[in-house]
Ligand binder design. Structure first.
Ligand SMILES: [Zn+2]
Length: 342
């Protein structure tokens, strides 16, 4: 089947009361790992690429790998989503290339680092919503800023500095008509999210619940939501790595989020850890090997295992065949009608 609009996937997830993992990719092995996991668990899935990933893969390679994924796995509904678009121009280039969903992150200025004003965020998000919806493409927006920096993008800091204000989130969705909303509840991008297992003082699930109460129909997105499991850290360190002890977002907290309106969960770090651990193991145990397949195959397998586990934990497993994909042109018509009746 062709690439699917994210709005439809998230609407289905809301009906079914589950969440959908959004996994970042840069290369063929990562796309294959996700698609294999989706096939094995019969999951609809979101594959996302950051600006860094688009630059790394020269855009066209990534796009054609994704088309290959839809050909090789025709039974799996898959969304191609732009992660953290920094400007309407970046979103426009993604839409033109065939992404079926874009994130306009107007919580930061175009440099991807400086927190912006509410007015700026509304203006750029509205611009992208108009452009994307006309083509049936989904828009994710962000209000409040996550901590940390990844791929050169992020406000830095601890994640506690720019938490989302629930009243402002409610106004923002009214002002922009975005399809999905990323919120800041204390999480950060990258591996170093928390210095101990997070409790309610640093992971503000109460803020999330309050936002869901005010916006029961909006699909909420948890960014920086790798769980950073100790087993994956240990494999890296056992085979010569030097990761400092760190904690991610526990799966049970994500599941609490899913019961409170979270429909998209971004996971990147866990997959990076799995890949690196598997490669380090081969290098240490078999230093005579030099065929890239000798370490890329176990790396792909390790990532597939993590992705499968998340698909089961988030509840998307078993839902691949629940619905028939709506063509983007029909999605565009739906948005037109929504506007007319608003
Ligand atoms: Zn993010």
């Amino acid at each position: 089947m062709p690439l699917v609009a994210m709005r439809q996937l998230l609407d289905e997830a809301a009906k079914g009361g589950y969440g959908v993992g959004a996994f970042n990719v840069n290369n063929m092995e990562q796309i294959q790992a996700i698609m294999e996991a989706a096939r094995e668990t019969q999951s609809p899935v979101i594959i996302q690429a950051s600006r860094g990933a688009r630059a790394y893969s020269q855009d066209r390679f990534l796009y054609h790998l994704m088309i290959a994924a839809t050909e090789v796995y025709p039974e799996i509904p898959v969304v191609l989503h732009l992660d953290h678009g920094n400007s309407p121009a970046t979103c426009k280039s993604a839409i033109e290339m065939g992404f079926t969903s874009v994130m306009m992150d107007g919580s930061l200025m175009e440099d991807g680092k400086t927190p912006s004003s509410y007015e700026y965020n509304v203006r750029v998000t509205r611009e992208v919503v108009a452009m994307a919806h006309a083509k049936g493409v989904t828009v994710e927006a962000e209000i409040g800023c996550l901590g940390g920096i990844e791929d050169g993008h992020g406000a830095g800091g601890s994640g506690m500095e720019h938490l989302t204000d629930p009243a402002q989130a409610e106004q923002f969705v009214k002002d922009t008509n975005c399809d999905a909303l990323a919120i800041a509840i204390g999480t950060s991008h990258g591996a170093y999210k928390f210095t101990k297992k997070p409790d309610g003082s640093v992971l503000k699930m109460d803020v999330l619940i309050e936002i869901h109460k005010r916006l029961p129909k909006t699909h909420l997105v948890m960014h920086g939501s790798s769980s950073v499991p100790k087993e994956l850290q240990d494999i890296i360190n056992q085979y010569g790595g030097k990761l400092k002890p760190t904690w991610g977002v526990p799966v049970e907290e994500i599941q609490l989020g899913i019961r409170n309106g979270v429909r998209k969960i971004n996971v990147d770090t866990d997959n990076r850890l799995a890949i690196t651990g598997a490669i380090r193991k081969v290098f240490m145990e078999s230093p005579e090997k030099f065929d890239p397949r000798d370490y890329l195959k176990p790396a792909r397998e390790a990532m597939k295992k993590v992705v499968m586990q998340r698909m089961i934990e988030f509840g998307q497993a078993g839902h691949a065949k629940d619905f028939t994909p709506i063509p983007l042109a029909e999605m565009a018509e739906m948005y037109k009608k929504e506007l007319a009746t608003a």
